[in-house]
Design a protein around this ligand. Sequence first.
Ligand SMILES: [Zn+2]
Ligand SMILES: [Zn+2]
Length: 239
Amino acid sequence: MSKQRSLLKDRSTLLTMNPSSVSNTHIIGLLEFTSYSDRIIRIIRKHWHILWHVPGCTDFPLIDLRRTKSIKNILVHTEMIFTHSIVNTSPTDHYKCGRCSSCPFSLQIKEIYDENSNFRFTIRQFSTCQTEDVVYLIRCPCNLLYIGSTTRAVGVRTGEHHSRIRNAVMEAPLVEHFITHHHSETDLLFTVLWINQKKCEVRQDSECLLRQQETRLIYLFKSIYPGRLNSELDFNCFT
Ligand SMILES: [Zn+2]
Ligand SMILES: [Zn+2]
């Protein structure tokens, strides 16, 4: 139909701009449609004379009222957002805390297998350098292991090991091994094996639980001197 109508008109008529298509010089104002819309428009109309002298504002604006957001718009997204990163909501191994000097020495591993003892241990608890009440593991460059425990933050405790190696305080097989085998303090890497999550009202009870788990793991990893880095097995914690 449109084509037929256009064929009835001459070319010059068709090329002349239609007055109705000339852009309107009115300002177009967008407002959300609410129960207050009429009052807002009345207020704008009442005070529009303030802007009359501004170029382009001679005429009252055309107000376009938009539909407000419905509950559906608020609650339901039209697009699902997918991210490629999968957030592990329940990590079960050791992580750097990101804010301490022990972070570079954190071993982030889920499982430890020791060839010397043929013992495999899976880490099942989440920890960082700041975690307290832990049994921790230290590994040297020759893959010898040391098991220790502390009620303080593990990063603080392993920092003390670093300090003793740096100052060559030869009081235990661990430091002695690092010095005699020319390992540097930065070769000392650590991770957390076990966290005492039982709330003990008496501090000694907490320390005793840690000692017991430490002793069990020293026994299972067979990490006792000579040839390994733990000095002794202490069974007093079981009595
Ligand atoms: Zn840290
Ligand atoms: Zn070594």
